[in-house]
Ligand binder design. Structure first.
Ligand SMILES: Nc1ncnc2c1ncn2[C@@H]1O[C@H](COP(=O)(O)OP(=O)(O)OP(=O)(O)O)[C@@H](O)[C@H]1O
Length: 251
């Protein structure tokens, strides 16, 4: 059974249909990216999963059970870190502790993760004194610590400069096992999708449907491996441009 199953999802903003009959599954612990051109409806898919929006048609199942509205299965991380400037980093990270469990337990657990997330010594600092990458890592720690089993990452590094973004991608790749969560990442960065994902789902322009699917099976990834993925890049680009080949090709 798939951890997450989406079937026949359609959605319109008023008269404007954005998603048409979207269906895909994500296995337990799998990292899946939704890749597509700007405005095709990637973020809308995540908003439907979080329950911020309700689908016109279709079903969302987690562990075989249908989800309607807000669900504790999902933790959502948007592009901007959304840290409260008046709260310390530790208090920001523990924000969901108030929602999902005891705050004291959460603070203790969070402190243990500060070194892993490169935030040691910044527990009592305020967001303004951290770099952009550190703030994103704090937001990521907050998302990862909540009890949700599926992380929904909406362009989490999109607001960062290219060097910090690369560092954060390296860091997320290294953290994947440690997190042990199922992840759905929204991105329009092809290299980010190739570098981080087990599977890439390609969305076509609105009304978006799944236009193609590519598995990335390499387990030993680094930047040199990524730089050598020209053929895969061409394949994805071809599919985005509509020159798709039939089937699901594994790398
Ligand atoms: N609240 C809204 N009301 C009306 N239209 C909206 C609303 N939110 C998004 N849209 C439109 O729906 C389409 C899909 O938006 P969405 O944000 O899901 O796309 P996206 O693929 O995530 O884009 P990007 O990569 O630029 O973030 C866009 O054309 C957008 O303008």
């Amino acid at each position: 059974m798939m951890k997450l199953e989406i079937s026949g999802l359609s959605f319109s903003y008023g008269e404007r249909q954005v998603l048409e009959d979207i269906s895909f599954g994500v296995a337990e612990g799998e990292f899946v990216s939704l890749l597509g051109p700007s405005g095709c409806g990637k973020s809308t898919v995540l908003k439907l999963l979080t329950g911020i929006l309700s689908p016109d048609r279709g079903r969302i199942l987690v562990d075989g059970e249908e989800i309607r509205g807000l669900s504790s299965h999902f933790a959502y991380m948007p592009q901007n870190d959304l840290l409260f400037p008046w709260k310390t980093i530790l208090d920001n990270v523990c924000l969901y502790g108030r929602i999902h469990g005891s705050l004291e337990e959460m603070r203790e657990r969070a402190r243990e993760y500060f070194p892993v997330f490169g935030l040691e010594g910044y527990e009592d600092s305020y967001p303004a004194s951290l770099s952009g990458g550190m703030r994103q890592r704090a937001a990521f720690l907050r998302t990862a610590l909540c009890s949700a089993d599926i992380l929904l990452l909406d362009e989490p590094f999109g607001a960062l400069d290219v060097i910090t973004r690369g560092e954060m991608q390296d860091w997320l790749l290294a953290m994947r096992k440690e997190l042990g969560k199922t992840v759905v990442l929204v991105t329009h960065d092809m290299d980010e999708a190739i570098y981080l994902s087990d599977r890439i789902l390609i969305l076509n322009p609105a009304p978006a449907g799944i236009h193609g699917e590519i598995s990335v099976c390499e387990t030993q990834r680094d930047r040199d491996w990524l730089y050598g993925q020209g053929e895969l890049r061409r394949e994805i680009h071809g599919r985005i441009m509509g020159k798709e080949r039939k089937g699901n090709d594994a790398l």
